[in-house]
Write a protein that binds this ligand. Structure first.
Ligand SMILES: [Zn+2]
Length: 154
């Protein structure tokens, strides 16, 4: 009897772990990377987040020039082994973001470049940004909030 209830408990934990926020599709249909890589105009992986933490050597903030744009910043991801992977190619997946203090920075993208962006500094100070991979109306994965500093670089 005890074994059966343990089995039921184990099964329900498994089902819980596998369930999506909206249960529309099976977990295999989701994009489930375990980290984020932000690449600047020189190709440097200047921010790297793996399993919710900055990797050693990673910057922990975006520096954005006041009244100007950052370099073109490209997004890639880490798989569960920490290997870098490209963003999803299907149009079902889109980039979405939240900015805590929207009067400080603005995110800009060029047409057709889903996984690349610039940040523009509107006002001196600090805020935070979080990125999501959106998948047919729900967030498959989020980056965690990352600090953004708007600095007067002149
Ligand atoms: Zn999904």
């Amino acid at each position: 009897m005890k074994n059966i209830s343990m089995l039921i408990l184990a099964l329900s934990v498994l089902i819980f772990l596998n369930s999506c926020s909206d249960d529309i599709h099976s977990p295999a249909d989701h994009f489930a990377p375990e980290g984020w890589v932000f690449i600047d105009g020189t190709g440097a992986r200047f921010i790297q987040i793996f399993q919710g933490k900055f990797k050693s050597g990673s910057n922990e903030e975006f520096i954005v020039p006041l009244g100007d744009d950052t370099d073109h910043i490209k997004i890639k991801f880490f798989d569960k082994n920490g290997a870098e992977i490209d963003p999803p190619t299907s149009e079902e997946y889109t980039l979405s973001w939240e900015i805590k203090d929207a009067d400080k920075i603005e995110l800009e993208r060029h047409d057709g470049e889903e996984w690349e962006f610039h940040l523009e500094g509107l006002k001196l100070g600090e805020t935070e940004i979080q990125f999501h991979v959106y998948h047919e109306g729900h967030s498959d994965v989020r980056s965690g909030f990352i600090k953004v500093k708007v600095e007067d670089v002149d």
